[in-house]
Design a protein around this ligand. Structure first.
Ligand SMILES: [Zn+2]
Length: 307
């Protein structure tokens, strides 16, 4: 038997709330680097195959028996080269950033963990490993969540307060996060442009939606060059900026070290940042700060949206 129908197809509807962004900004923008390299499914970690998702080999159907050393090296490009390039791009512009961090990947790269720690960027847990949570049993998933928290406490000196699964959560994820406690939000949702509250097991829980649209994952499908990507995301920015005169929203932009970390694609990111920075009244913020802002200005109303 399927459970009771629990999807909210309505959301805020025609009249979303005024987010009251700091400084009266007409758009909040959160940039995300997905730090996954080193925690992806691999032969040596027991999955029996090499992950090639979001690399140059993505979708090409390689059927390497055993370890795919080429695929592994394309992931390693992300942690060895791409990470540092993306850090430089943001730090040179004094812009804040959120890391969607996979815990085991940061364990395996102490200099990157130290650089993140020193940067002031916030880390949202992207899982203990870059694996699909909807393929885990409930007990396995609970174990992954706990391992991730303990790992970040060691590598970063603090536990994460946000959560985002690879692609999407299981039907248990949100409840397990609330059960574990200490998380102020999760980003396992693509269906809105503003944060919103839900009630999970009788407790308030904030959702800060993310985007696979304004995302460099498009490079593995429909988008070829940095100019194409720049134009695509710039159009999103332009529309939201115009709408922000009366209905301010939030924009998430997702990046991967093994994709945009390559110079041919980093060029599109630089163009985008420099374009956005020519506009007044935008709030480029860490995801944690967006969540905290929402909690402070739009407290839990006693029940979640449309509950
Ligand atoms: Zn990711």
């Amino acid at each position: 038997m399927a459970g009771a129908y629990d999807r909210d197809l309505i959301g805020y509807g025609a009249n979303p709330p005024d987010p009251k962004w700091p400084g009266g900004a007409r758009l909040a923008i959160n940039f995300v680097i997905n730090y996954e390299e080193g925690s992806e499914p691999s032969v040596q970690d027991g999955e029996g195959a090499t992950e090639i998702g979001l690399t140059e080999a993505h979708g090409r159907g390689q059927q390497v028996r055993g370890r795919d050393l080429a695929g592994e090296s394309m992931f390693e490009y992300g942690s060895r080269v791409g990470f540092w390039r993306l850090m430089r791009v943001f730090q040179a512009r004094n812009l804040p950033l959120t890391i969607f961090g996979c815990a085991l990947a940061l364990e395996r790269h102490p200099p990157a963990a130290a650089a993140i720690r020193a940067s002031g960027f916030d880390v949202c847990s992207h899982g203990w490993r870059w694996v699909k949570h909807f393929e885990l049993s409930e007990d396995e998933e609970r174990d992954h969540i706990r391992k991730a928290i303990r790992s970040f406490e060691t590598t970063l000196g603090e536990r994460p307060v946000g959560w985002y699964c690879r692609y999407g959560p299981s039907v248990n994820t949100r409840r397990l996060l609330v059960e574990e406690g200490g998380f102020i939000y999760d980003s396992d949702y693509y269906g809105d442009e503003l944060p919103f509250w839900k009630t999970v097991d009788g407790k308030p829980h904030l959702i800060v939606p993310y985007s696979l649209t304004n995302n460099d994952g498009k490079y593995t499908g429909t988008i070829g060059t940095a100019d194409d990507w720049f134009a695509f995301v710039r159009d999103a920015f332009d529309v939201l900026y115009r709408e922000g005169a009366t209905q301010p929203k939030m924009m998430s932009v997702g990046l991967h070290m093994r994709l945009t970390g390559h110079p041919a694609r980093a060029a599109g990111l630089e163009r985008l940042l420099d374009y956005m920075m020519q506009h007044a009244d935008i709030w480029i913020a860490r995801r944690r700060d967006v969540a905290r802002h929402w909690i402070a200005t739009h407290p839990y109303p006693g029940k979640g949206l449309n509950e």
